[in-house]
Design a binder for this molecule. Structure first.
Ligand code: KIV
Length: 272
């Protein structure tokens, strides 16, 4: 498998857009260091996400809020060191894009100092100007909608979003607005599967889902959840792929196969 991946062509946004058009699923997993990056890439993962979930799974914090720009740059650099062909996406941490200028400055740091290929921001329509300005500066963007973990204190907990029709409509409208502003991809977290299916059809850019059912163009999991090594209760939408596998790489390969075949996520992983 490793041989195969070293000869794989680098994954680009153009390639992912083509996969969406061809209704071919792609795979995303979080990575926080060079060894995991190399292992996940060798397993065939298309996109590595340096998620600010590192605050919880690496740093042991209770939320992603304390994660800083320096933390994100450090871990993105480590992942970039271990990654050759996967597309490298990095999270903009809490309050690092409060203004358009700050967003452009910090996104540029993630690319120049960290080696990211695109950045992910959490939020809705209010980010349109930032997305437009990032796009003009040649910085690819993924818009994270639905449950926004950086806003956990404002939301009053980690809750499914978009259950009511008005809230669902708002998520669709905001995603379309961000696509129009120049977003290259979108990611939805913890929304009903039926809403994710509508969104996948409405958007021309690829949609990545987590806790959003099987219709999305791609799936992402926190790799530590996928390996069953996150302390505490496993989220309902996740699955431990290490069960029945004899290595970490075999588990990541099982995840890639299950996503590409449409077997994961199953109905048991959907949030009502
Ligand atoms: O930070 C992260 O790992 C994420 C995923 C949960 C999508 O944003």
């Amino acid at each position: 498998m490793y041989q195969e991946q070293t000869t794989r062509k680098p994954i680009t946004l153009t390639a992912l857009a083509k996969m969406k058009r061809n209704r071919e699923k792609f795979t995303v997993l979080t990575a926080y260091d060079a060894s995991f990056a190399a292992l996940l890439e060798a397993a065939g993962v298309d996109v590595l996400l340096v998620g600010d979930s590192l605050g919880m799974v690496i740093q042991g914090r209770s939320t992603t809020v304390p994660v800083t720009m320096d933390d994100m740059i450090y871990h993105t650099r480590l992942v970039a060191n271990g990654c050759r062909t996967a597309l490298l996406m990095a999270d903009m941490p809490f309050a690092s894009y409060a203004t358009v200028d700050q967003g452009v400055r910090n996104a540029a740091r993630l690319m120049q100092e960290g080696g990211a290929h695109l950045v992910k921001l959490e939020g809705g329509g209010w980010l349109a100007d930032t997305v437009r300005q990032l796009s003009r500066n040649g910085i690819p963007v993924c818009a994270h909608l639905g449950l926004l973990p950086q806003s956990v204190h404002k939301l009053g907990g980690y809750k499914v979003q978009g259950r009511e029709e008005a809230a669902a409509r708002q998520i669709i409208d905001e995603a379309l607005l961000l696509q129009e502003a120049g977003a290259d991809m979108a990611l939805v977290e913890c929304i009903p599967a039926e809403l994710a299916a509508r969104l996948t059809e409405a958007l021309t850019i690829p949609l990545i889902g987590i806790g959003a059912g099987a219709s999305c163009d791609a799936q992402v999991l926190v790799s530590y959840d996928m390996l069953g090594i996150t302390p505490g209760r496993r989220p309902k939408f996740s699955k431990n792929f290490l069960t029945g596998c004899d290595s970490l790489q075999a588990a990541a390969e099982a995840y890639v196969r299950a996503v590409k075949s449409g077997e994961f996520p199953g109905p048991e992983h959907c949030l009502a």
